[in-house]
Design a protein around this ligand. Structure first.
Ligand SMILES: Cc1cc2nc3c(=O)[nH]c(=O)nc-3n(C[C@H](O)[C@H](O)[C@H](O)COP(=O)(O)OP(=O)(O)OC[C@H]3O[C@@H](n4cnc5c(N)ncnc54)[C@H](O)[C@@H]3O)c2cc1C
Length: 485
């Protein structure tokens, strides 16, 4: 298995073409906006190597390959049992709790590889292809070489109401433009690819179920990230600005916590036959999409559990620093967060313990349970973010920066007035406030302003306690029930 220096060295040697903010950038992974997610991918290598960084994560990050028998990174596993799925859930949760950032370049491969494993197995049984054997060799190679493989799914899609062959531009979904004896040529793009530039290889597959007229779009293959005709344009989000404008300490988990994604372009890219895993077989695309979405929903729901764990930690710390840790409404909110995260855990565990067992022998999460988990998680994350803001208070948004604090005139005053309860340093309170702001995921003015300004909800609720005519209602109920006053 590689260590993080070897992982980085491979990226250096590949010299993939990556644009950031309109410019091609050579050592792109060191760019301020790219570095946090790169650090987290590097950490997956370091943790797999050594238990010292985090014993729990070391244990979860490695396992024995059921293909080669060798030790591999868990992200590259083909799942054979419920326990494999549960291990995957625990890994996603613990890694998010460690870094609070996106490790999509590692995690999405698992979803796609497991789905392709099952679908190519079934396809080869029809007797016309040898995709499964090719795919097996590919998975064994990336396991042995310990590569980061980005699975690229989402197409630009143009008019969403139309299938690929009816789009005004035929490239809106990635497609085969030429078939040769030794391979195919593909053209198109994949959008919103989390962590794609950090990968050594790309594993491409269709984003939706295809019909008979979409055979040219029914294609799955792998190419190295530096293949001729492949290039990346990193996405642009307002959150990037802070990584270029602010000191890292002002960001909150700045070392790791930035989601980074890219558009990946394939301009007439040649794919040799041995790297093709689907080439026109539109009839299996529905099963393929169903399977990879089930797997990916396990991954993303599990990830958010780690996020809720962290929100609980940051909220509890802020409450402590503010001197309100023992207040009932705060304790209730923390318990609500715990109920949310353990409910997600129960649903994912249910999905893992009642799995779909494919003919190939690999397993996938139970579809209904995992979709329930994903939907429940969506709500839980937003509610948790709001609770984190409520508990933390306005300081999440309004804290002074480290450069203000360093100024000899205003620094001492800012420190004096940002003191929380006695015994807590101002710096700790400010650091935790910034982490809580980042974690709330809503680190812009409107959400925090809406929840906290003009009083936090717990204060608003007091009005109802004082002004509701509870007595009138009790009297009315008693009268109707025939109970004398
Ligand atoms: C931060 C982030 C990271 C991501 N990472 C990855 C990744 O690593 N790899 C990857 O492959 N993808 C990734 N995605 C893509 C993600 O899977 C898509 O965003 C998602 O599938 C929705 O597609 P879209 O954004 O194009 O939305 P749209 O298709 O534009 O959908 C917008 C709205 O229109 C509705 N809609 C669209 N089409 C129809 C239709 N035919 N009928 C009815 N309603 C419709 C949708 O339900 C939705 O409400 C990522 C996305 C984000 C935001």
């Amino acid at each position: 298995m590689l260590n993080s220096e070897q992982y980085e060295q491979l990226l250096k040697e590949m010299k993939s073409t990556v644009y950031i903010d309109g410019e091609q950038v050579p050592n792109y992974w060191l760019h301020p906006r790219m570095k946090p997610a790169f650090n987290l991918i590097k950490a997956t290598y370091d943790m797999a190597q050594s238990p010292d960084l985090d014993g729990e994560l070391h244990e979860l990050m490695t396992m024995k390959s059921n293909i080669t028998g060798e030790k591999i990174n868990t992200f590259l596993n083909i799942h054979r049992s419920s326990n494999d799925l549960v291990k995957r859930m625990k890994l996603q949760r613990a890694l998010m709790r460690f870094g609070a950032g996106c490790f999509g370049a590692r995690c999405i491969f698992g979803a796609v590889a497991n789905a392709l494993w099952a679908v190519t197995y079934n396809l080869d049984k029809e007797g016309r292809t040898d995709y499964h054997e090719r795919f097996k060799k590919f998975v064994a190679r990336v396991q042995m070489q310990d590569l980061v493989v980005m699975a690229d799914i989402t197409d630009p899609k143009g008019d969403r109401s139309k299938p690929p062959h009816q789009q005004s531009d035929p490239d809106f979904y990635l497609r085969i433009v030429e078939k040769r004896p030794d391979g195919i040529v593909v053209n198109g793009a994949k959008f919103q690819q989390s962590g794609a530039p950090y990968a050594h290889e790309l594993l491409v597959l269709p984003t939706t179920a295809m019909g008979p007229d979409d055979a040219d779009y029914s294609v799955a293959f792998t190419v190295p990230s530096n293949a001729e005709g492949v290039f990346f344009v990193t996405d642009s989000t307002a959150s990037h600005a802070k990584f270029e404008a602010m000191p890292l300490e002002d960001i909150g988990a700045g070392e790791y916590s930035m989601h980074e994604s890219a558009h990946v372009f394939f301009e007439n890219v040649f794919v040799p036959n041995e790297q093709i895993f689907l080439c026109g077989e539109w009839h299996v695309t529905r099963d393929l999409v169903q399977l990879f979405t089930d797997h990916q929903r396990l991954a993303s729901s599990s990830c958010r559990m780690g996020y809720i764990d962290l929100c609980m930690g940051a909220s509890q710390s802020m409450a402590d620093y503010n001197g309100v840790a023992k207040v009932n409404h705060i304790k209730d909110k923390l318990i609500d967060m715990s109920i949310s995260v353990e409910s997600i855990c129960a649903m994912i565990t249910g999905a893992a313990m009642t799995p779909q067992i494919t003919k190939s022998g690999c397993v996938a999460p139970n579809t209904m349970c995992i979709n329930a988990a994903k939907l429940y998680m969506n709500d839980a994350v937003l509610k948790t973010a709001q609770k984190t803001m409520e508990i933390g208070g306005g300081i999440l948004l309004t804290r002074p920066g480290t450069r203000d604090l360093a100024n000899p005139k205003i620094g001492p005053l800012l420190r004096k007035y940002h003191q929380g309860r006695d015994g807590v340093t101002v710096d700790d309170r400010l650091k935790m406030a910034r982490l809580a702001e980042t974690l709330s995921g809503l680190a812009c003015v409107t959400p925090i302003l809406s929840v906290i300004a003009a009083a936090p909800p717990a204060v608003n609720r007091l009005q109802f306690r004082f002004q509701t005519d509870f007595e009138r209602n009790v009297k009315a109920a008693k009268r109707l029930a025939g109970i004398a006053e």
